[in-house]
Design a protein around this ligand. Structure first.
Ligand SMILES: Cc1cc2nc3c(=O)[nH]c(=O)nc-3n(C[C@H](O)[C@H](O)[C@H](O)COP(=O)(O)OP(=O)(O)OC[C@H]3O[C@@H](n4cnc5c(N)ncnc54)[C@H](O)[C@@H]3O)c2cc1C
Length: 396
């Protein structure tokens, strides 16, 4: 079986590395970036390397939802697949899931692993692939996977007669935010009490570090937090800037962030290392309504390449979510997809149906989780104003 994987970000690379060790599968991997240079730090969810159902469902926010959405047998199959991952790859996953890690390191080490493995079967092509290219290269019976990220190459081409932009996308905009990152010269850990006390004088623009978004690597703590901003503020801000720019142009956010950092310093007697790094992003939750081309295959249209070969969306192409959970979701779905493709006798229709159902369940899980986080954040913003807090509770 020949599988074309378009996009060698973390998800395309993991899929390739997984399929590389499946007998009878060859992979064509296409990537437009000449090298891996992304600087952002990411955190992988512990469930990615869980070795039991209990640890898979241990998450404080959505452990219960996982049990409600997935059948036990589905979760067990996921664990069995995880345990079958070759050790060179599972050791990498274990290492990344231990803490905070540069996205670049994940991409580079997967890429190197694919290149150094003896049994190759992978052909890599440096190219910007267009939707037309993807359709032209797909021979009947081959598999095409779009892992090109949030601006997916093929998401809008998966349904016959429908190629309007975003026709196949359901999007929920939760909020606009500044993601503020800094390095700190002492160990620093954060929990919900810390978020409260360090923001006690910040009536607005509370700086909210995620509990697991601080990481001490032996000499430096990496801290990432979110400050909510309005749509109007989002529109006038540049996409990236530093602390100096923030202090000059958005002093209210700078004061709140600086107050938070001062309290961290009072507590742990360290210093900020370098400047703040800030990006402004819309926090969107979205999914492809169709994560495969099963409607094309069912339509039996003659001549269209998507009517004779399976196409899948994987990673941010299929589902995107805010609050630092997207990469784990993408890697999880990549494992499921690789598990399906490794079953040579599975009929294509069943493969597509199972993938759609799985993606839908993952969507339910991340939708509920993200709405819960947003709701908790909203309550936290009003924590000093009981009446405003009550207005947001809607108890019955
Ligand atoms: C500031 C920031 C911080 C984040 N932090 C976290 C975090 O802590 N935890 C977390 O879970 N997630 C985090 N994320 C999200 C995470 O980075 C993404 O979920 C993840 O990168 C998605 O992986 P992917 O492989 O699906 O897509 P991408 O990483 O977007 O990779 C897509 C690849 O496809 C290539 N490509 C695109 N189009 C084409 C084409 N036409 N032809 C050839 N190649 C193409 C691109 O060059 C790229 O290499 C963060 C995102 C941002 C912006």
């Amino acid at each position: 079986m020949r599988v074309h994987v378009v996009g060698a970000g973390p998800v395309g690379l993991l899929l390739t590395a997984l399929l590389q060790s499946v007998e009878g599968v060859s992979v064509r991997l296409y990537e437009k970036r000449p090298e891996y240079t992304r600087t952002r730090m990411v955190q992988l969810a512990p469930y990615l390397v869980a070795d039991s159902l209990e640890s898979y469902q241990a998450d404080v926010i959505d452990g219960d939802s996982v049990e409600a959405i997935f059948d036990r047998s589905e979760l067990e199959q996921g664990l069995v697949f995880r345990q079958s991952i070759p050790s060179d790859l599972s050791e990498l996953l274990d290492g990344w899931a231990r803490g905070f890690c540069p996205l670049n390191a994940i991409e580079q080490s997967l890429s190197d692993l694919i290149d150094v493995r003896g049994q190759n079967g992978v052909v890599r092509t440096a190219a910007v692939v267009t939707a037309e290219d993807a359709m032209a290269m797909l021979e009947p019976g081959e598999v095409l996977i779009d892992s090109t990220g949030s601006r997916s190459l093929l998401r809008d081409h998966l349904v016959p007669g429908e190629s309007r932009e975003d026709a196949n996308t359901l999007k929920v905009r939760l909020e606009y935010a500044l993601v503020i990152t800094f390095l700190y010269g002492q160990p620093y850990d954060c929990n919900e009490h810390c978020k409260y006390y360090k923001n006690i004088e910040n009536a607005n623009y509370k700086f909210i570090p995620m509990v697991h978004r601080t990481h001490f690597d032996g000499s430096v703590s990496h801290v990432t937090g979110i400050v909510s901003i309005s749509a109007e503020e989002y529109d006038v801000l540049p996409s990236h800037f530093d602390g100096e720019w923030l202090r000059e142009n958005v002093p209210a956010v700078a004061e709140s962030t600086d107050r938070f950092i001062e309290k961290v310093k009072d507590e742990t007697h360290g210093e900020l290392l370098g400047d703040l790094e800030i990006v402004r992003i819309p926090l969107d939750l979205y999914r492809a309504r169709n994560a495969t081309n099963r409607q094309w295959l069912a339509s039996e249209s003659n001549g269209h390449p998507f009517a004779s070969s399976p196409v899948f969306l994987a990673g941010d192409s299929a589902i995107g979510s805010p609050y630092f959970q997207s990469i784990s979701l993408g890697l999880e779905c990549a494992m499921f997809l690789a598990g399906l493709l490794a079953q040579p006798n599975l009929p294509v229709k069943e493969m597509l149906d199972r993938y759609e159902l799985y993606i839908y369940k993952q969507w339910l899980r991340v939708y509920m989780r993200s709405k819960m986080i947003k709701h908790n954040k909203d309550l936290f913003e009003s924590i000093d104003d009981p009446l405003a807090l009550l207005d947001k509770l809607h108890i019955y």
